[in-house]
Design a protein around this ligand. Structure first.
Ligand code: NAD
Length: 484
């Protein structure tokens, strides 16, 4: 299937931190892929702004290297990279001083969409936002994109929001959560609200429980210092898993428009009950053989930071009262798997008798790998021998169903960056959503601290701490979704 390209006018995009890891691995390759798809019009400009000692040629070399390494082998016409590089420029700039700002201001003169992507640490957000304003770069067509982490608690998130609000209207601020840019996440909304089939069953009367798993095989990498201050609760649960929970649980928005969708998400977060301490399991991976444990990796022998967290949440509203939501995420687990499982209740009565078998219907929404949706249904086991029931998957892999052979689905950053340019905030977090998510998260973390809790150890490359299985088993349920 050929993807539809919605044209945009030429734009200016300034990437603060344009020489950093995120810019090289995600932002630049995403822009290049959109350029190959004909969505970045000629005449647009992509301006790297960072403190690295580079001139334009040096930055273009870096951009070309990043594209070769990270753009997923996208096949483009000859000369595409050279044409793309003609749009690229670089300013050596100090975000917290005056160096480079007049050069940047000089480059951005045209009356067109101008987006400023803050791919730098959050400590610099205030400085950059302020200087964009004092250098006269804010007008109606200005947008600012900020990366996670958006605060480390409610107070810091409120302070960040207040700082940004001094210089920009909320409608100009794009807080990225790249999970929302994933094809399957949007498909979740299409499946829920585009079909008559699911929505009538999407409530506590028919859904037994919902599981959200974001399992990673990777470890902390070079982010040890940051991660040890954050942990899985702040790094993943407060944002990515919370956003998935919102989309799966929210009421149908009146329209697929930014504030309609975000209003509904906010209502979900505000309806979340505080989590009982015995409904949370924290874990920290141990070393095995030559593999270092968490504490060795972060160089902090007494660290009590969790690299894994699982919890049971309740949403107190008419739709979900009594349906538990089980959420878990962790590092150095046995498989990389992000999946949402909607587990429906058993049929009220089996006309085939209890020996016939069969299992609950489960709708599995896979975010990665192999994005797609599977519906588990019960059918008759083929052949003679009476009525035996078996559970079979009706599988729709998006790559098979929709993509041309061999082409990767678009990366989340491709979609989100183009949404910024189009001025569509639907897939970005609003300030009040972020604050509400912290208001739910803070007491959980404060409780761990007050009780002096230490995380449960788990083996590296396992499914996580045994206590997380217990959390489910106590309720007569089991986790699904991490398969080695
Ligand atoms: P990085 O350390 O690799 O790059 C930082 C960039 O900021 C560099 O280009 C550097 O030159 C620039 N910079 C630093 N101080 C500056 C200053 N005073 N003036 C001008 N430029 C300055 O960091 P990163 O991994 O690219 O992360 C950037 C942001 O994105 C961080 O907030 C991070 O938490 C967030 N983030 C990163 C990832 C990732 O995968 N790397 C994922 C999600 C969010």
């Amino acid at each position: 299937m050929v993807s539809r390209v919605i044209p945009v006018d030429p734009f200016d995009l300034v990437v603060f931190g344009g020489t950093g890891d995120l810019a090289r691995r995600k932002i630049i390759p995403a822009l290049f892929r959109r350029y190959c798809s004909g969505q970045v019009p000629e005449g647009s400009r992509i301006i790297g702004a960072a403190r690295s000692e580079l001139d334009r040629d040096g930055f273009c070399d870096m951009v070309a290297g990043a594209i070769r390494e990270f753009s997923g082998g996208r096949a483009c016409e000859d000369g595409t990279l050279e044409r793309f590089l003609q749009m690229v420029d670089y300013v050596k700039l100090d975000a917290s001083g005056e160096d480079g700002w007049s050069e940047l201001t000089h480059l951005i003169k045209e009356d067109r969409t101008r987006a400023f992507y803050l791919s730098v640490g959050p400590a610099l957000f205030g400085d950059i936002a302020g200087r964009i304003r004092t250098h006269g770069l804010v007008n109606d067509q200005t947008r600012i994109v900020v990366e996670k982490p958006f605060g480390h608690d409610l107070e810091s998130a409120q302070a960040l929001n207040a700082t940004l609000a001094q210089h920009f209207h909320e409608r100009q601020i794009y807080r990225i959560d790249h999970y929302l840019g994933k094809e399957t996440v949007q498909n979740l909304m299409a499946v829920r609200f585009g079909n008559m089939l699911f929505e009538p069953l999407w409530n506590a009367q028919y859904v037994d429980h919902i599981q959200i798993t974001v399992a990673e095989t990777v470890s902390i990498g070079s982010r040890g210092e940051y991660y040890d201050r954050a942990g899985a609760m702040r790094d993943m649960m407060q944002n990515h898993l919370m956003q998935l929970l919102c989309l799966i649980a929210m009421e149908p928005p009146a329209r697929f428009e930014p504030d309609s969708v975000r209003d509904e998400k906010l209502k979900v977060i505000r309806a979340l009950d505080p989590v009982e301490p015995h409904h949370i399991v924290r874990g920290q991976f141990d070393g095995t053989g030559d593999e270092p444990g968490y504490r060795e990796e972060v160089g902090h022998p007494r660290s009590t930071t969790e690299s894994y967290v699982a919890l049971k949440a309740h949403i107190s509203n008419w739709r979900w009262s009594g349906t538990p939501f089980y959420l878990r995420t962790g590092k150095k687990l046995v498989a990389r798997s992000s999946v949402i499982n909607v587990v429906f209740k058993d049929a009220p009565h089996s006309i085939f008798g209890t020996d016939a078998g069969g299992a609950a219907n489960i709708l599995s929404i896979r975010l990665q790998p192999n994005e797609g949706i599977t519906m588990h249904v019960t059918i008759k086991e083929p052949g003679p021998g009476g009525m035996r029931l078996v559970d079979v998957p009706l599988d729709m892999s998006f790559a098979e169903a929709l993509g041309p052979e061999g082409e990767d689905p678009p990366d989340a950053y491709e979609r989100l960056i183009m949404d910024v340019i189009r001025g569509n905030q639907t897939l970005f977090m609003r300030g009040d959503e972020v604050e509400a998510a912290w208001a739910w998260t803070d007491p959980i973390i404060a409780g761990w601290k007050a009780r002096g809790e230490v995380p449960k150890p788990y083996d590296a490359y396992s499914k996580g701490p045994l206590d997380a299985d217990q959390l489910m088993r106590r309720d007569g349920r089991e986790w699904r979704g991490i398969k080695p």
